[in-house]
Ligand binder design. Structure first.
Ligand code: HEM
Length: 271
C-alpha cells in the first residue's frame, strides 16, 4: 500500500508515521474544512444555505467517481459488479436530494436577509452538476446550446473535458448489445428479474428518477423562496428555465420501452 506524499519512505515507515501522528482532525483536514463556511451576513440561515450547497458539491464529487467506475465496469462486461456500484450511485443521489430538501426549512425572510449579497452567484454555475449530467449521458444539442448561452457563449472547460469521456448511457447500451440485448421490451417481458441486465437497467432508471425528483423539488424550492415574478441570480426567468430541464433524461431508451410494453399490452396510443 502506498501512502500519498510518501514516495521517499518505505510503506511500513509511512504507515508507522501515519498511525503515530494522525488524528481525526488532521486526517480529515477539519481545520481547513470548517473554515470554508464564511457567511456574508449575520443571518443564521446563511450558514445553512452554505453548508447545504457545500454538502451537495461533496456528494457530486462522490457521484462523479462512482459514474466513472460504473462506465469502466460496463466496458469490462462485469455485470454483477455494476449492480452494487449503481446502488451506491443512487444512495449518493438520494443524499444530495436530502441536502437540497433541507433548505425547505430555511425561512423565506431569512433567505431574503442575505440573498442580495449573492451577486450573480448561482447554482446554475455548478460545473460538477454539469459534469454529472454529461457523464450520465445527457448530450443532446438543445441542452448543450442552453449551457453555451448560460456560460456566455462557450461551454465551461470542465464540460468540454467531460464530453470527451465515455458516458454511462453509451457504455450501458454497448454492454447490453454485447450480451445480445437488441430489444429492451423483449428483455423485460421474457427475462425480467432473472437477468442481471434487467436488474441493473432498473437501477439506472431509479437514478434517472432521482435526478428528476431533484429537478422537481428544486423547482418547488425556488418557487417557495422567490415566487414566480423575480429573476434568478444567473438572470433567468427561473420557473420557465427550470421547468424546461424537467424533460431531460439520461436513459431515454429505458423510458421509451415502457410505451412499447404498454402498447403491446393493449394500451391505446396517443395521437
Ligand atoms: C434557497 C435555495 C435555492 C434557491 C432559491 C435556488 C435558486 C435557483 C435559481 C433561481 C436557479 C435558476 C438559475 C438562476 O437564474 O439563478 C437555480 C438553478 C440551479 N440551482 Fe438552485 N437554488 C437553491 C438551492 C440549490 C442547491 C442547494 C443547489 C445544489 C448545488 C442548487 C443547484 C442549482 C443548479 C445545479 C441549478 C441549475 C439547474 C439546471 O440548469 O438544470 N440550487 N437555482
Amino acid at each position: 500500500m502506498a501512502l500519498r506524499g510518501s514516495a521517499a519512505m518505505t510503506d511500513r515507515q509511512a504507515v508507522a508515521l501515519a498511525s503515530r501522528d494522525l488524528t481525526y482532525h488532521s486526517y480529515l483536514r477539519l481545520r481547513d474544512l470548517l473554515s470554508l463556511q464564511r457567511p456574508f451576513s449575520d443571518d443564521p440561515g446563511e450558514l445553512h444555505f452554505i453548508v447545504a450547497h457545500q454538502s451537495m458539491e461533496l456528494m457530486f464529487k462522490l457521484m462523479l467517481a462512482e459514474l466513472r467506475n460504473l462506465v469502466a465496469l460496463f466496458d469490462a462486461d462485469k455485470w454483477c459488479a455494476t449492480l452494487p456500484c449503481a446502488q451506491r450511485l443512487n444512495h449518493q443521489a438520494q443524499l444530495a436530494l436530502e441536502h437540497m430538501r433541507s433548505l425547505r426549512d430555511l425561512p423565506v425572510t431569512s433567505f431574503h436577509g442575505f440573498r442580495g449579497l449573492l451577486g450573480t452567484a448561482s447554482g446554475a454555475q455548478s460545473t460538477q452538476f454539469r459534469e454529472i449530467e454529461v457523464l450520465s449521458g445527457l448530450r443532446d444539442p438543445g441542452y448543450l446550446a442552453v449551457q453555451r448561452r448560460l456560460a456566455g457563449g462557450r461551454l465551461p472547460d470542465e464540460m468540454v473535458r467531460a464530453l470527451q469521456e465515455r458516458d454511462l448511457a453509451t457504455a450501458h447500451q454497448a454492454a447490453a448489445r454485447r450480451l445480445g440485448v437488441t430489444d429492451w421490451a423483449r428483455l423485460y417481458r421474457e427475462e425480467g428479474c432473472s437477468s442481471p441486465c434487467y436488474l441493473v437497467s432498473e437501477c439506472l432508471l431509479d437514478y434517472d428518477d432521482l435526478f428528476l425528483a431533484w429537478r422537481n423539488e428544486h423547482l418547488a424550492l425556488v418557487e417557495r423562496m422567490l415566487g414566480s415574478r423575480v429573476r434568478g441570480t444567473a438572470g433567468t426567468d427561473p420557473l420557465s428555465f427550470l421547468e424546461r430541464t424537467r424533460r431531460y433524461r439520461f436513459f431515454p431508451y429505458l423510458w421509451e420501452m415502457r410505451s412499447d410494453l404498454a402498447a403491446d399490452a393493449g394500451g391505446r396510443l396517443v395521437d
